[in-house]
Write a protein that binds this ligand. Structure first.
Ligand SMILES: NC(=O)CC[C@H](N)C(=O)O
Length: 383
């Protein structure tokens, strides 16, 4: 039997974890984060929001159901590196086409299987997300590797949305009768998001991250959607500028995750880096208006800073924090009170699940139907 190739994960603070190579061999650098979903590793790997991050799975056994051709959220794996405790030796599922190990190799994704995923998670929880590197094969001294990690790019200030966005616009047709035209700005969009809108009769025009407000408005959309995406929202001024143009044209707006942060910025709010972020499928989020709690899918390392004690002024009338996270109290949603726009920091498209928040897509459709708010009609009436 051939011996497995050794691998080491080195954090920027010098802590190292030893294991064996999983997936492609080589070396990789990125921000070290952990994801707590027990299911949905394919959706995690292919979520463009993970671009630039090395993801450790806290679920101890990964790869059990192999890799299928239906669940990817984009055309490729985006994680910079992958860390698991114990890879499944057998992939078994009726949809499985190949093993996860094979898929990681096929796509050149460097990973490590190591016993210390729990210690790693506790370390990140105490010290916060930090840069890391995975190195396979005969290892150089850890201090030397840590020094290389410390010279790799940091997540704060990173403008990554443009790197994952579609180069060309494309259209996802409405299922059945078309009710709305949606312009969706792809900052790192997941496949399930336009699908959820198409299911509700939206014809979704997906536009590159650098689309201008003029590009968006040229479609005469009933509503504008801002997607999730990787990187620091403070570095995406172009998206804020586009959204500002859209808000000035008074079109209904819905944003998810990065989109929530961009809406926050367009309203004049700041964003900040969370200590270690939320990545998983069981985060409790409370709707402050109804008190209802949704269990929801998350993947964010930044959050919006907004007043929690009541409505605040924005250039478009009053705004409020619509949702908060019950684990750490951070802002999970924004809503304008005098304008049809809202956003959430989490993932109602539920890929992977849960589906508690799916109704938010219906809320967007209700805003676009616009009877009550009538903003598009108003604008047209005035023009
Ligand atoms: N999934 C996302 O859209 C993530 C948004 C942003 N990159 C963050 O980490 O907070």
């Amino acid at each position: 039997m051939t011996r497995p190739t050794p691998a080491v994960l080195v954090l920027e603070d010098g802590r190292a974890f030893h294991g064996t190579s999983y997936g492609a061999e080589g070396e990789t650098f990125g921000e070290m984060v952990f994801a707590t979903g027990m299911t949905g590793y394919q959706e995690t790997l292919t979520d463009p929001s993970y671009h630039g991050q090395i993801v450790a799975m806290t679920a101890p056994h990964i790869g059990n159901t192999g890799v299928n051709d239906e669940d990817p959220e984009s055309s490729r794996i985006w994680v910079a590196g992958y860390v698991v405790r114990e890879p499944a030796r057998v992939a078994s599922n009726w949809r499985s086409r190949r093993s996860l190990d094979e898929e990681l190799r096929r796509q050149g994704v460097v990973g490590i299987a190591m016993p210390g995923t729990r210690a790693l998670t506790r370390h990140l929880r105490e010290r916060g997300a930090m840069r890391a590197g995975v190195f396979t094969g005969p290892a150089a001294p850890v201090e030397e590797l840590a020094e290389r990690v410390r010279t790799s790019p940091a997540m704060v200030g990173a403008d990554l949305a443009k790197q994952v966005s579609t180069a060309e616009p494309y259209v996802v047709p409405a299922h059945g009768v078309k009710r709305f035209t949606v312009a969706a700005i792809d900052l790192g969009i997941k496949a399930m998001t336009p699908y959820r809108m198409a299911e509700r009769g939206c014809e979704v025009h997906v536009l590159p991250a650098t689309a201008t407000a003029a590009d968006v408005l040229a479609l005469d959309p009933d509503g504008v959607f801002l997607s999730n995406g990787p990187g620091d929202p403070a570095a995406a001024d172009y998206a804020v500028e586009t959204l500002t143009g859209v808000l000035e044209a008074r079109r209904p707006v819905f944003g998810i995750c990065f989109g929530n942060q961009i809406l926050g910025r367009a309203l004049g709010l700041g964003t900040y880096k969370l200590r270690y972020g939320h990545r998983g499928v069981n985060q409790p989020v409370q709707d402050r208006r109804t008190g209802k709690v949704d269990i929801s899918a998350h993947n964010h390392g930044f959050a919006v800073q907004a007043p929690l004690d009541g409505p605040f002024d924005t250039p478009y009338g009053r705004g409020e924090v619509s949702h908060v996270n019950l684990n750490d109290g951070c802002v999970e949603g924004l809503r304008l009170l005098d304008y049809p726009a809202f956003s959430v920091q989490y993932h109602p498209e539920a890929a992977a699940g849960p589906h508690d928040a799916a109704g938010l897509f219906d809320e967007f459709c209700a805003l676009m139907a616009g009877g009550a708010t009538g903003t598009k009609g108003e604008e047209r009436g005035n023009g």
